[in-house]
Ligand binder design. Sequence first.
Ligand code: IPE
Ligand code: IPE
Ligand code: MG
Ligand code: MG
Length: 334
Amino acid sequence: MTSVLRHLSERFTANIDREIKGWLSFEEGEPSMRNMLRYQLGYVDQDLQPGPGGGKRFRPILCLLAAEAVSGEWTNVLPLAAAIELVHNFSLIHDDIEDQDAFRRHRPTVWKVWGEAQAINAGDGMFALAGRAALAAGDSLSTLEIARRFQDTVLKLTEGQFLDLRFETATDVAIDTYLRMIELKTSALIAFSVWSGATAAGAGDEPRAALNCFGRDLGLAFQIHDDIMGIWGTPQETGKEPHTDLLNRKKTLPVLIAFERAGSEQHAILSDFYSRRNDDVSAVLQVLQETGARQEAEVAVNRHRSAASRQLDRAELSPAATQTFSELTKELTG
Ligand code: IPE
Ligand code: IPE
Ligand code: MG
Ligand code: MG
């Protein structure tokens, strides 16, 4: 983990985890189901022994930073921050089933340990718990607005996941269509994280709108960076098995760029692989390299990063808050 995120984690993560653990220890219901949730969140290992925390927690950190930038206070927004991390982990549990990924954060995925059917229940439980926490944030007026936007956000995320899967079997995905898909599956929750933190803290319409756009652009840059890592990142870096995005025929940005730039022989190689006529990952990697797909995708990351920075300026936060958001953006996307 790099410096700004490490510093922010030291400042916020213990509080976020204490809040999440509070929501996890409700009294009614079936306590043993929550072991799957605890595992996903990194609180226990497969044998239910205490383990190291899981994930960067950057979405709840964004939420707390936004609240602090607006009002100087962040502890009263902790339930919202917990809701955001719970919803993120709900999406990851289901995402790993949908992508059939066996590893996340260097550990077997929930469905690999408990089976797909129970992992669906774990995800559903996590989502319901997130809803409870989201309803506990802010005064009654902003709570209602936040709760509404919270549901809309999860709907968007799910629609994005739907498109992501549908594009696995499509051969004609346009780059704009891909951008729309990642805006839904990834940017929506990141935008909600900053927007809701600012809203709960009582921000006016202008800064809330600017922060929402900042989150959207940060999310686009973040997902394109994740797509690049999905192809060229090592398992040590990603915590996942190599090349699963390629084998799943994900239409990530580098792949779409390669399709656009390919000459006829390169196009034939891509078409054969993406129509599932073979599983020759190394041939596809070569075409990606020959077409400069990685460099072009990195240009797109930079473009969305710059757009995020312009939106951040528009929010007119203090110089210190602007700098923290800006350094965090850089670290998360590069
Ligand atoms: C992974 O998000 C899902 C994407 C949107 C790419 P993170 O990289 O934030 O996952 P964790 O929580 O830190 O593991
Ligand atoms: C990211 O999905 C978006 C959500 C989970 C909603 P991906 O499938 O691209 O993310 P990773 O690479 O598995 O974390
Ligand atoms: Mg996915
Ligand atoms: Mg995935």
